[in-house]
Design a protein around this ligand. Sequence first.
Ligand code: GDP
Length: 536
Amino acid sequence: MDVTLTAPADAAASEVAAEAARRRTFAIIAHPDAGKTTLTEKLLLKGGAIQLAGAVRAKGNARRTRSDWMKIEQDRGISVATSVMTFERGGLVFNLLDTPGHEDFSEDTYRTLTAVDAAVMVLDAAKGIESQTRKLFEVCRLRDIPIITFVNKMDREARDPFELIDEIEKTLALDAAPVAWPVGRASEFAGTWDLLEKHFLPVDADDASAIALSGLGDPKLDQLVGPERAAALREEAELAEGACPAFDLEAFRQGTLTPVFFGSALRDFGVGHLLDGLARYAPPPGAREGDPRAVAPEEPKLTGFVFKVQANMDPNHRDRVAFVRLCSGKLVKGMRLRQVRTGKQVPVNAPLFFFAKDRQVAEEAWPGDVVGVANHGTLRIGDTLTEGEDLHFRGVPSFAPEILRHVRLEDPMLAKKLKTALDQLAEEGVVQLFRPLDGSLPVVGVVGQLQLDVLQSRLKVEYGVPAGFQDTIWSMMRWVTGEDKAALERFAQQNRRDAGEDHDGALVAFFGSDWRRKRAEEEWPMLRFHAVREQH
Ligand code: GDP
C-alpha cells in the first residue's frame, strides 16, 4: 500500500483524537433548590462565557424572544428544551447539558444523562441526599457515569461533613472521598483545605490564590484562620484521611467512588476548585457500546445518536430539532448522514449549537459535542447516525413512568385523529403510550407532570384534538419479560385488566402499589419485571 495515501486519514484521526481528548461533557444533577442554577451561572462565568451567565436564570424576556420554542415554555417561563452550554477553560471545552428539575422534571432529564460522560451531584449542605438527587443518581448508575459531588451552601448552617459523607456512602452505595475539607462552619466558614494538594483555599479569593502550606502543621495556618479553626481542621483532616476512602481515579472513572468538594455557589467559593477537579478527573469521551461493535471517539468517521427531540412550536411547521451527541469523527456543515434505523440519508445543512441564550450555527463539531439537527420528524430518540456504517448505539432507555393517566377525548368523532396524534407524539418521546389489553382507554405514562401539559397543549395546537386526562388506579408500571412464553401468555391472560402493550408491542404490567408489584414478582418467579427498557 502506498503510505502517502494513508497519511491524510491518520492526520484526520489524530485531529479527531485531540479534539475529543479536550472535551468534558457533563450534567449537573440536583434536587430542586440545592443550587444547580447558581452553580451553572458560576461555572459559565469561570469559563469566560460571561454573556451567558444570567441568561440561565432569564426566565422573562430573554427566553421569550426564542419564539420558535413551544408555547408552554413561554407560558410558564421555563425551558422545556434541554439546553447545552459550551464554555472553554484552560484549553478544554466543557459541554454542560442542562437537566431540567422542578416541575419540569421529565424523561428528557433522564435521557440527557445517557449523553454525558460525567455528572456533578450538587447537595444542599443542610439537607444532604434528597429524593430527586437519588432518582437521578440511579440513572447515572445504569451507565456507571463518574460523579463529582459538590456540597453547596457551606456559608450557611450545614450538617456535619462526616455525616454527609456517610450518607452518600450509605444511601447511594458509593464510596465518597473528600478532596476538600471545610474550614470553619456557617458564618465562620473560612475556606477549604485541599486534602490532595495540601493547600488552603480562602473564601472570597479567586482560584489563583490558593495558599500553599508545608502541611497541616504549618503555623501559618493558625495565622490565616485563627487557632481554633486551625485546631479543628487538623483534627478533622486527620480523621478524614484515616476514616474516609482516599481518592482513586480508577474507582471514580468506574463510577464506584465520588470525590467530594465543599463550597458555596452563591458566594462563588469552591467553584473553580470543582471545575479544576472536573478538568483533571472527569473523562473525555470514551468508547461507546454499539451493535455490532463499540466505537472509539478518535475514529475519523462520524457517529452519533439522538437523545432528545424538540418540536417547533409553530403548528404550521412540523419541523423538529434532534439533539445529537457525537461519539466519533468530525461533523461539518453540509454532511449527509445515514439514519441507520431506516437507511435514509439525513442532510445536516445547518447543525446548531445550543447555548443558553441563543442558537448558533456551528461550523464543526467533535466527539462529546451535542448538535441540533433540524428535520421534519424523521429523526427519533435512540436513532444512530453514521457516515454509512450499519451500526446501532445502545443505551437510550425508556424509564418506567411514575404518573399514569387515561386519555379522555372530548369529542368521540376525533378518536382516529387522537390515535394518530398519540402514536406520533409517543414516537417522538413526548410521553409513553400504553394500550390496555382489555381494550379500555389508552394510557399515557410520564415521569413528570409537565410532560402531560406538553402533551395536552400539542394535541390541541398541532393536531386540533382537545383531550383531557383521567386518573388510573395504578401508580407504577413494569415491562414484563421471560424466556417462558407460555408463562408470559398466562400472565397476560390472568391480568388483562392490569396489563397492556407499549408503543412497540412489549408487554407491560400496571400496579396500584409497590406491594402489589412485589407480590406479582413472587407469584411469577419465572418472569422479570423491568423498570428500564432500552429503545430500539
Ligand atoms: P436550583 O433549584 O437547584 O437551580 O437552585 P438555585 O440555584 O435556584 O438556588 C436555590 C436557592 O438557594 C436560591 O435562593 C439561591 O440563591 C440559594 N443558593 C444557591 N447556592 C447557595 C449558596 O451557596 N449559599 C446560600 N446561602 N444560598 C445559596
